[in-house]
Structures are given as C-alpha cells and as structure tokens.
Design a protein around this ligand. Structure first.
Ligand code: FAD
Length: 331
C-alpha cells in the first residue's frame, strides 16, 4: 500500500519512467518467487537497491512479430552450447526500456512442443562485465507516440547467454507474477493521470474568465468537472482496493478467497482504469486549454442551444425528430 501510494504521487511527474520501474518491480517479484539462489541474490540486490549506482531496471521481452496476445506462437529458440550454457536465438519485436541492465524473457528450449507450455522463462543480463552487449543487437527503436523517454527496441538475439529460472517449460505461467504487478502499476498510473488531469482542469477553471465571470462560477462547467471527479474517485477506490488485496496476499494474510479475488480483479481493474483514464484526459482537454486544440468545448454547444431557445421549451421540430433518435434536448 505504501509503495503504491508513492507510485500514485510520482507517476504523473515521472515522464513515463514508471514504465521501467513497473517492469523492475514485477521482475523482482518473479525472481524472488522462482530464481535459483545465486541469481536471486545477484539480481535482487540490484533491483531493490536504493543506491543509484547499483540500481538496475529490468526489461520484459515477450512480444514477437508472430504474437503479442498469443505469446505461445513465440519463435525464439533456446539451445545449449558446448559448455552447457543456454543461448537464445530469435527476434523480440517490442522491448521497452532497452536501457535496462537485465531482462526476463521467453524462449522455446530446442525439442520442446509448440504452444505456450513449451516456452521457458529465462533471465539474462544485457551486457557482460566489460560492457559488451550479450550477443544481441538493436535493429531499430520504435517510433512511438508519447513514450520517447522510454526507448523501445526491436531486438535480434544471436546466441544471448541466458539462464532458465524455473525449469524448461511453462514459461508463461512463471512470468505471470511480473505481468500482474505491471497491471497493478498500470491501474495506479491511470488514476494518477486522472488526478493530474483534474487538478489542471480545476486550476484553469479558477483562472479563466468567460462571459463575465470565472468558469468555476458556471453551473454547467462545474457539473462537468464534478462528473469527472466522481469518475476519478470511483476509479481510485477500485484501484486501491486491488492494491490492498495484493498487499494482503503478498504479506501472507490473504486467504483463498482473497487470492481468487486478486486474480479476478487485476486484469479487470487494469482494463477499466485504462479506459477511464483515456476518456477523462480527453475530457480534460475539452473543458480547459481548448485553444491549444482548436476545438469547441463541451458546454458551449449547450449554451448556444439555450440561446436559440430562450424560453427553455423545445421547438416543435424537435418533437417530430425525437422518435427518430434525436435526444439532444434531454441532455
Ligand atoms: C507502448 C508499448 C510498450 C510495449 N512494451 C513491451 C515490452 O516491453 N515488452 C513486450 O514484450 N511487449 C511490449 N509491448 C507489446 C504489447 O505487449 C503487445 O502489443 C500486446 O501484447 C498486444 O499484442 P499485439 O500488438 O501483437 O496485438 P495482437 O495480439 O495482434 O492483438 C490485436 C487485437 O486483437 C485482440 N485479440 C487478441 N487475441 C484475442 C482473442 N483471443 N479474443 C479477442 N480479441 C483478441 C487484442 O485484444 C487486440 O485488440 C508494448 C506495447 C506498447 C504499445
């Protein structure tokens, strides 16, 4: 709870640095769950360090051009060399935070069956002790919208040395803790951005004068902001309920029912808050800073309508159109 409260306060000012931090938190959980002692000791010491010189972030290399949702289609192969080290060969299509020092990734040990169960979870370090890349190359950086501070790469793995973390199959199952922690970060980040959007909208509302008074004095404008506030508060409570469940389960206090609830809530809250965040931030642009967008704000068409019909009564034409689906007057 404490950590996610900090994430909530930090994210909206982090310029998306929260993306590698989310992967790092997820990697720490996964490594703590399943790595052998030597890797656990080495990786966790870096992933959880508060010393910037020692601190590592982690990437998560799953997506290939064959599939993002259907990761079981992954083509990256894992082969053992003469010294018994596992080496990965393949292409990863969407790897965020390529500046990270380590990654958790999926590959199919040679001879394993097709499909998700035949994939294994691997740990790898991106560079060796001399700073040379671990038999991998960056083909290009993605030209993404809005997340340029987090370089995302297409990678070729050409014999990258890696260590299997929990056997040689069921990799998707073993990497799931990482995904679930990242989904929780996603939800917390969404409510953080919603709160920032509202703070900016309210600030504008208190400064901007239109038609003789500040926007904060216009009932229609206040009603719009109050609707956004209600949406944000509901999302906030839902998200921090999820965080509470996660904390209880991780702390060994959650019983079977709470574990089941956590599994159910994690993807639902991620999806819900992601949609709410996009919708609320879009509305924020329409209730303030409209000049930047050359767009008509939400309330203005309503005001224009009221001017057309000062008596407040709908014109006769409206009643003729209403059965055809026109509902404007009611809103
Ligand atoms: C900013 C950004 C950063 C990313 N960073 C990383 C990263 O660091 N590491 C990484 O591994 N990946 C990363 N990805 C890739 C991301 O995880 C994939 O894009 C995602 O898994 C979806 O895969 P896809 O793009 O291949 O879409 P597809 O799998 O082709 O899906 C396309 C659409 O079909 C829908 N769909 C798929 N299957 C079904 C189904 N069974 N039923 C109904 N609908 C379905 C999907 O919901 C989606 O709407 C990143 C993506 C973005 C946008």
């Amino acid at each position: 709870m404490h950590q996610f409260a900090l994430v909530y306060l930090f994210t909206a000012s982090s310029d998306l640095y929260s993306c590698p931090l989310a992967m790092t938190d997820g990697a720490a959980r996964t490594v703590a769950n399943c790595a052998e002692d030597a890797i656990k000791a080495r990786a966790l010491a870096h992933l959880t360090s508060r010393d910037p010189a020692r601190f590592w972030t982690s990437g998560q290399w799953m997506t290939e051009s064959t599939g993002g949702s259907d990761v079981g289609l992954s083509e990256t192969l894992a082969r053992q060399d003469e010294q018994g080290r596992w080496r990965l060969h393949g292409r990863k299509w969407f790897t965020s935070a390529i500046t990270s020092q380590m990654a958790l990734t999926l590959a199919r040990p040679e001879g394993n069956p097709a499909g998700g169960k035949g994939l294994a979870l691997f740990y790898l370090e991106v560079r060796d002790a001399q700073g040379r890349l671990n038999h991998l190359s960056v083909n290009r950086l993605k030209d993404k919208l809005g997340t340029r501070k987090v370089p995302t790469a297409e990678l070729s793995l050409d014999g990258a040395v890696a260590t299997p973390l929990m056997g040689l199959s069921e990799g998707i199952k073993h990497i799931a803790p990482m995904l679930n922690i990242m989904r929780t970060w996603n939800s917390v980040s969404c409510v953080a951005y919603m709160r920032r959007a509202l703070a900016l909208a309210r600030d504008y509302t208190n400064r901007r004068s239109a038609f003789g008074s500040v926007l904060a004095d216009k009932p229609l404008h206040r009603d719009t902001l109050d609707g956004m506030q209600a949406e944000f508060e509901a999302a906030f409570h839902l998200t921090f309920h999820l965080v509470k469940c996660l904390g209880r389960v991780e702390g060994g206090q959650g019983g079977e029912a709470e574990q089941a609830m956590l599994r159910l809530l994690t993807p639902i809250v991620k999806l819900t808050t992601a949609k709410q965040c996009v919708a609320l931030c879009r509305r924020r642009w329409s209730v303030s800073a409209v000049r930047v967008m050359w767009k008509t704000p939400d309330c203005l068409p309503c005001c224009v309508m009221r001017k057309c019909f000062p008596s407040g009564r709908a014109p006769p034409t409206y009643w003729r159109w209403k059965p055809c689906g026109l509902r404007v007057w009611a809103t």
